[in-house]
Design a protein around this ligand. Structure first.
Ligand SMILES: *Cc1c(COP(=O)(O)O)cnc(C)c1O
Length: 358
């Protein structure tokens, strides 16, 4: 699942001319937004075998009052997915692959949400599921995984250690499927980007803001916007703003230092536990998305994250701390967003982690 040369994630390439011929542009542009509408941009051959639970089709909410210097400030509320985070988009495609290949068991390392999501889709497809977790993952998320019947293994190491354990277990069991931040997940996650453009009647926003944990989300969204342009569906690209927590900021550091070397963060701890990835597997791709798009990378403190979480909540949008990271980041962009159309990705549901709410 990784490049033997640089050890970073693999990327899928398509024949875009073929995609252009496959979709009927007028119909495609008018059809209701939703995850599997964009199947032509995903590596699936047989649509009758997809494992779908109503993922995607999440609201794009106008909250310009929270960032009045922007022309428009929209929040993509990914909490509205079946298990409460955008991870369901990638899981849907991954479990589709696992089923197509006849695998009986799924193994995954997770900081919480990916585990819950894969557990749900695996249970729905009647596959067994094993999840390896760092022991700092909050108990609510573990309860959610158990509710879906998954087997849990805790490690005292961090997320990178959990990934290694998962990869080793799959290597020793050929009937199992390794889920996680690998190419299939990225291809499924792209639909966040397709939907944003679609919900804006195919007008591309000026800026898209996303949190960076492993970096898969921001890269996938960027890839989606590029693919829409390559296939002639849109005619512009947004700039991407990546946001990390102060105590786990390896991508921000590499961006500031203009290097291609991501130095791992030891013992990453932040209230935004879903982005506590000290060794981000798609970190270089996240950097690439930010650089290619002419965007920036910012860091926010735990305090700023919680304040953003509370503010979104008191405006009717309840997110977990990681889900407020992009909004906290929007506040730290100077005048970059003035008079711009901005979309902020609110990645996970508030009920998943209610840290500090009395
Ligand atoms: C996974 C996750 C992220 C980070 O996404 P990456 O693809 O790892 O960069 C952010 N917020 C929430 C709620 C998540 O579950």
């Amino acid at each position: 699942m990784r490049c033997p040369k640089c050890n970073s994630a693999l990327d899928a390439e398509y024949d875009y001319k073929l995609i252009q011929r496959t979709i009927r542009k007028d119909e495609f542009m008018r059809e209701c937004p939703g995850h599997w509408k964009y199947w032509a941009f995903m590596p699936v051959g047989d649509l009758s075998r997809i494992v779908a639970m109503g993922e995607g089709g999440t609201p794009l909410i106008d909250l310009t009052r929270l960032l009045p210097r922007a022309k428009k400030f929209l929040v993509k509320y990914e909490a509205a997915n079946p298990t409460g985070s955008f991870k369901d988009r990638g899981s849907s495609l991954e479990i589709t692959k696992a089923v197509t290949w006849g695998r009986k068991r799924v193994v995954i390392a997770s900081t919480g949400n990916m585990g819950s999501s894969v557990a749900a889709f695996a249970a729905f497809a009647r596959l067994r599921c094993k999840i390896i977790l760092p022991d700092f993952v909050n108990t609510t998320k573990i309860v959610q995984m158990k509710a879906y019947g998954a087997e849990i293994e805790l490690t005292s190491g961090d997320y990178a250690d959990a990934m290694e354990i998962a990869e080793n277990q799959v290597r020793s069991d050929p009937k199992s499927f390794l889920a996680g931040d690998y190419p299939w997940r990225c291809e499924g996650t792209k639909t966040v980007g397709f939907e944003i453009a679609d919900q804006m009647y195919w007008h591309v926003p000026d800026a898209v803001i996303a949190p960076i944990g492993n970096g898969t989300l921001i890269w996938s969204v960027w890839k989606a916007f590029k693919e829409l342009m390559i296939t002639g569906i849109t005619d512009a690209l947004p700039f991407m703003i990546g946001v990390q927590a102060e105590r786990c900021d390896p991508v921000v550091r590499a961006w500031e230092e203009r290097t291609d070397t991501i130095v791992p963060i030891e013992d990453p701890r932040t209230v935004a536990s879903a982005i506590a990835c000290g060794t981000p597997i798609d970190g270089l791709l996240a950097l690439k998305a930010i650089r290619e798009s002419g965007g920036i990378c910012v860091r926010v403190t735990d305090e700023e994250i919680l304040r953003a979480r509370d503010e979104l909540g008191s405006n009717g949008v309840f997110v977990e701390p990681s889900g407020a990271v992009s909004f906290a980041g929007a506040r730290k962009t100077g005048d970059l967003l003035d008079q711009k159309t901005v979309v902020c990705i609110a990645t996970g549901h508030g009920l998943k982690d209610m840290y500090g709410i009395e």
